[in-house]
Design a protein around this ligand. Sequence first.
Ligand SMILES: [Zn+2]
Ligand SMILES: [Zn+2]
Length: 445
Amino acid sequence: MAKHWLWAAASLTLSLTATSAQAAPDLNAANARLTALLDKNYPVLDALYRDLHQNPELGMQEVRTAGILAQHLRKAGFTVTEKVGGTGVVGVLKNGDGPTILVRADMDALPMEEKTGLPYASKARATYEGKDVPVMHACGHDTHVAYLIGVAQALAAMRDSWSGTVVLIGQPAEETLKGARAMLDDGLLTRFPRPDFGFAAHVTNLPVGSVAIKAGASSAASDSYSIIFHGRGGHGSMPAATIDPIPIAARFVTDVQTVISREKDPAAFGVLTIGAINAGSAPNIIPDSAEVKANLRSHTPEVRELLKTGTARAAKAAAMMGKAPEPTITYLGGTGALVNDESMAAAGAAALKPVFGNGLLFAPASVPPMSASEDFSEFVDAGVPSLFFGIGGYDPKTLADLKAKGQPVPTNHSPFFAPQAEPAIRGAVSAIVLSIIGGVRPAAK
Ligand SMILES: [Zn+2]
Ligand SMILES: [Zn+2]
């Protein structure tokens, strides 16, 4: 995950003038109590994290992970429902009158080999798209499952400090951008108390102690398409008797970039990547068809639509140029940009600033969001205004050493991504629990 705004936030001089007008509650007493509670509970969370790290599961295969999560939520006093949207878990705790609050953690790992050298590194393997692959928690979702359990334990133990209902969810398949949609389609908002607003957190390679808040758009929309160009196969020596889909696909791959360079406003963010092209088998055979897979990234609905229609038009034009029938265009899935509720971002920054001090990094809506995507946007787009935190997971000394050596810091999805679990898990629990206790919520409309 590229973290454009996160790094921009790190270098911003913190400016909370927009939020200082709001009366932020004093969370110091709650923080002292939460810190003591985490001191007591953390060893359990750490063991859990290591176990999950060593036993990662791919999206929609998170059976073991979901079982562990469900067991811990029940132990904390939550009413738990499993298998929501596949392997999703929902835990509900009612605590008197007040708003219904969603807290989400994603559970899935990635099909890649771990190279961190950690003593508890993963050696797990699984089947991914029909192939046997290594599996690694390279995006830190193991720390997320641990923080969700930490949030459950803290909210249950500190019931006298907040009131309302919390709906904690363990979401499957974030990496394929399918899990949030699957939980919504399985009745998340109708079978359970309907959340008024929500929170989530993601571990990053920011320095430990950091809690990053981005007002407004925080991640990009991502949409993937398969485009099959249909030709008529034949002998390589007799192209006139065929419709060759290979030059059609090749023309499309270069032409489609003019949607970015000539049609899109140069000031607006948009990326179009052809990540796969497959056709043919031998030098002397003209194949029947060629398949191209495209991924489109945008920050606004306007650019999202422009990239979608422009890609389809370029594909049809390339086919027409080659005297071929219309290509078959199939939507493979995606998600919209994640937009943080601006009033929650401001209220969250104001409430958490006294607790996290200079670790609280606030990026206003005017700072561009990151180019990576996050399907937490599905809940926001379904009517749950939310605040998504970026949590620091890297030791500042490690970061300084890497910088001195001119080496890059491992990002999420790197085989070397190894955040420090304790500050990441405790930071996420603190940011979310203190936001709930502190009454961080959307402005009344
Ligand atoms: Zn990821
Ligand atoms: Zn992730």
